[in-house]
Design a binder for this molecule. Structure first.
Ligand SMILES: NC(=O)C1=CN([C@@H]2O[C@H](COP(=O)(O)OP(=O)(O)OC[C@H]3O[C@@H](n4cnc5c(N)ncnc54)[C@H](O)[C@@H]3O)[C@@H](O)[C@H]2O)C=CC1
Ligand SMILES: O=C(CO)COP(=O)(O)O
Length: 335
């Protein structure tokens, strides 16, 4: 019997998506996971009970496959792939422990669907600027896939985008298992921007639902949102792309409609009258769309693309505009 060479993969982040990705990686016989989490109590619990007490706590984390690490440096040592699975707003702090040398020759995989709020950058751009990681050494995990359904082993599809097709195909291999199929794609920026923007749309979808609009309106909102995404992505990164593919349209649909969506839930609370602060305090999870609305709105001051949905969400979240009023205004732009 031939034994496969061990492949070490570091996972950075302790939330639901990181936990789901660790579960997928554990399906690969040759993979050893080095998992960095921020919370010391969660680390101690996982070492003893082999479950993450804070997120997806039903998922079993086999100790022979998963080593949890207190130090980020320890988790990435010897790893071929380093997966970033922290909300974009919080990615800078833990990475301060390392510099460009620590990441040299590794492939960096962003599982993050958000923008770094201090610089309004995509995570891959921020990694290039801050850690000098070449774009060709990076992949993005995209596609309509909620961590909660991965935990339940429900059939899911992922898209692995990279400018380096060999890298995308190789990482897609590691993400493919009994219940997940992953496909490579070349459109890294298109996929990354679309993943950021669909969170803003899901937030809008939640807001309209919270106010009392029905499925008819939501379908029109989502259809118009796809056009808004097309306009913006084409302006920032013009190239041929099929936005009806699951990495774009599929992810927009699942996030705008799913009971598991953090962004939809957050928007729903805002629509029902919660303040931004109260909604954030009530959710233990992070809605990336909150930060993305500001970053995309700010970026668009340069591009001046018509973006009525993003503008409405921005005004509600950051300028205290009344959701009912903003949706009344938005109605004039939808077709
Ligand atoms: N949950 C999902 O189904 C999916 C999530 N993603 C993306 O994965 C990334 C991570 O999100 P989730 O795992 O869903 O997060 P989550 O909402 O499940 O958990 C929150 C995470 O944020 C961290 N966090 C919260 N407050 C913090 C603070 N003040 N400082 C530092 N860290 C803090 C927590 O430790 C935890 O890791 C996001 O970019 C999300 O868009 C992508 C695909 C699916
Ligand atoms: O990206 C996701 C599903 O594909 C997760 O979206 P939420 O963060 O809104 O739950």
């Amino acid at each position: 019997m031939t034994t496969l060479p061990t492949e070490k993969v570091a996972v950075i982040g302790g939330g639901s998506w990181a936990t789901a990705l660790v579960k997928i990686l554990c399906e690969q016989p040759q993979v050893q996971v080095r998992w960095w989490l921020r919370n010391a109590e969660d680390i101690a619990h996982i070492r003893t009970y082999h479950h993450n007490p804070s997120y997806l706590s039903d998922v079993y984390l086999p100790p022979r496959k998963v080593k949890v690490c207190e130090r980020l440096k320890e988790s990435i040592r010897g790893a071929q792939y380093v997966i970033l699975a922290i909300p974009a707003a919080y990615v800078q702090e833990p990475l301060r422990e390392i510099n460009a040398t620590h990441l040299r020759d590794k492939r960096i995989v962003s599982a993050i669907k958000g923008m770094v709020p201090t610089t309004n950058q995509l995570v891959t751009d921020w990694m290039q600027d801050t850690y000098q990681v070449p774009l060709s050494h990076m992949c993005v995990i995209a596609g309509p896939c909620h961590a909660e359904e991965v935990a339940l082993e429900k059939q899911s599809y992922l898209t692995i985008a990279s400018t380096d097709q060999a890298c995308a195909a190789d990482f897609a291999r590691l993400m493919t298992c009994r219940f997940v199929t992953a496909h490579p794609l070349a459109d890294l920026y298109g996929v990354e921007y679309a993943a950021v923007m669909k969170n803003i749309v899901a937030l809008a979808s939640g807001i309209t639902h919270g106010i009392g609009y029905g499925d008819n309106f939501q379908a029109v909102l989502v259809a118009n949102a796809m056009q808004e995404i097309r306009r913006f992505v084409t302006a920032v990164d013009p190239r041929e792309r099929d936005l009806s593919a699951s990495a774009y349209l599929g992810d927009l649909l699942v996030t705008a409609y799913s009971q598991f969506s953090r962004n939809r839930l957050f928007g729903n609370m805002i629509g029902r009258g919660y303040s931004v602060k109260a909604a954030q305090l009530e959710m233990k999870m992070v809605a990336e769309g909150y930060f993305a609305a500001k970053s995309i709105y700010t970026m668009n001051q340069r591009y001046q693309v018509p973006m009525p949905i993003t503008n409405a969400v921005y005004r509600i979240l950051y300028e205290g505009a009344a959701p009912v009023h903003e949706m009344e205004e938005l109605k004039k732009h939808l077709k």
